[in-house]
Design a protein around this ligand. Structure first.
Ligand code: C2O
Ligand code: CU
Length: 464
């Protein structure tokens, strides 16, 4: 799992949770067909120094870059990804959002043995549906060191609808001068969360994160040395936003522009125009923007924290805005799930659920123990489903913080909302997610706050 907890209880005994691969896993994938094309890539998880545009940090990356190189394939292509582990610890790769075959899902101890230091593991699976995805380790807090990269599955029907396409990856970054994510987690556990002190109810209700970060990045750059996205005036651009942060939701806006949301978590929505977006950890949004003429700031404000990530959009001459600028759009309209409806192609046909699983998000900051139904990181007690069932999962959040909940291997439709694989569950809120059990195996369900997942907010969905 993502969980030290689990690693601790399985490391001696081996990997008791991994079941022999169900023949249904391969059959299900074969039944989906594919293009017959193969996209081969080698990805090396490695240690080293990288330059964030000023701060040089020692960290862990894919191939010496953060974000790692974007992987682009067509829908239905076979991905053959060789992961070389040059880290000093075990790792694995999870392909976030893809309804792929279970034994390639990259959840160590659950779907595969961990990839040991010095080892290589080849992932081989068909990328079923077009969209904006990403990949990252599913081991410990590695994601927060900078091991992440975009995965774009192209839609053969899409090209021509826009002039340019940008991938914008958001991240919260520790300083890398000695404080590792593992130490941060140990600190949270020892002291309890530090953000709660002195906060009144209303402020606490909005808390999205436990960790204070010195840097916020867009495509691996600090605001002082921003990335510049170029296009022509009045061109239409498709922007793919990915929040790869471990503990930070971002409020995103482009100065002087509105954005038309076209997809979330890879799936099309009925287009809606907005000033800003709030993007939780693990979530993706695709938007179309018709560009003005000049130089504009793209700002990703860390929600309920201070600090922002920053990039520049240029379609003509002009001075670069100050990285501290706050575009008015950040305080404008923000579309929420209730404003988004799946496009016809993404609608899950209405049906009564055959089984309902209530997953209570439990725990708190005081002892920094998070769980699901009061259990921390228990992967041996799956929410059970059978192939063919319509399943409803209700995430019930009675904690003081909000949690971006992610289900592997499936996409769900939020009641009254869009089709997604990661859903923010606000304090006091219950979010019902419906999906069809059509992808046999053992699948993780967890909070995409890396620190919450590591502290125990994770369970599994298991096919009987
Ligand atoms: Cu992106 Cu299980 O996570
Ligand atoms: Cu959480």
């Amino acid at each position: 799992t993502a969980l030290g907890v689990l690693a601790a209880c399985t490391s001696e005994a081996g990997s008791p949770l991994i079941l022999p691969t169900d023949p249904l896993v391969g059959q299900t994938e074969a039944a989906r067909g594919g293009t017959g094309r193969t996209r081969s890539v080698t990805i090396t998880a490695t240690t080293g120094q990288i330059d964030l545009g000023g701060p040089v940090v020692s960290t862990w990356t894919y191939d010496g870059e953060a974000p790692g190189r974007e992987l682009r394939v067509g829908a239905g292509d076979l991905i053959e990804a060789r992961l070389v582990n040059q880290l000093p610890v075990d790792t694995s790769v999870h392909w976030h959002g893809l309804a792929l075959r279970n034994d390639m899902d990259g959840a160590p101890h659950l779907t595969q043995p961990p990839i040991r230091p010095g080892e290589t593991f080849t992932y081989r699976f068909v990328a079923p549906a077009p969209g904006t995805y990403w990949f990252h380790p599913h081991t410990g807090t590695q994601l927060d060191r900078g091991l992440y990269a975009p995965l774009i599955v192209e839609d053969p029907a899409e090209p021509g609808k826009y002039d340019a396409e940008w991938t914008v990856v958001l991240d919260d970054w520790l300083d890398g001068t000695g404080t590792t994510p593992d130490e941060v987690l140990a600190g949270l556990r020892q002291r309890g969360g530090h953000s709660m002190h002195g906060m009144g109810g209303a402020a606490a209700q909005q808390l999205t994160g436990d960790v204070t970060y010195p840097h916020y990045l867009i495509n691996g750059r600090v605001p002082a040395a921003p990335v510049t996205f170029q296009a022509g005036p009045r061109q239409r651009v498709r922007v793919r936003f990915i929040n790869a942060g471990s503990d930070t939701a971002f409020r995103v806006a482009l100065g002087g522009h509105r954005m038309t949301v076209t997809h979330t978590d890879g799936f099309p929505v009925v287009p809606v125009t907005t000033d800003a977006l709030v993007i939780g950890m693990g979530e993706r949004y695709d938007v179309l923007i018709e560009l003005g003429d000049g130089v504009f700031e793209l700002v990703a404000q860390a929600e309920t924290k201070s600090g922002a990530a920053f990039a520049v959009v240029r379609t003509g001459p002009g001075a670069v805005p100050e990285p501290t600028v706050q575009p008015a759009e950040l305080r404008g309209k923000v579309v929420g799930y209730a404003d988004l409806r799946p496009a016809d192609s993404a609608v899950l046909p209405a049906k009564q659920p055959d089984v309902v699983h209530r997953l209570a998000l439990t725990g708190g900051m005081m002892s920094y123990e998070w769980g699901i139904n009061g259990r921390a990181g228990d992967l041996t007690n799956p929410a059970r489903v059978r192939s063919g069932q319509r399943v409803r999962v209700e995430f019930v959040n009675s904690t003081m913080m909000w949690h971006p909940m992610h289900l592997h291997g499936h996409t769900f439709q939020i009641a009254g909302g869009p089709r997604k694989d990661t859903a923010i569950v606000l304090p006091g809120q219950t979010v019902a997610c419906d999906f069809d059990a059509d992808n046999p195996g053992q699948w993780m369900v967890h909070c995409h706050n890396t620190y919450h997942a590591e502290a125990g907010m994770a369970t599994t969905l298991g096919y009987q």
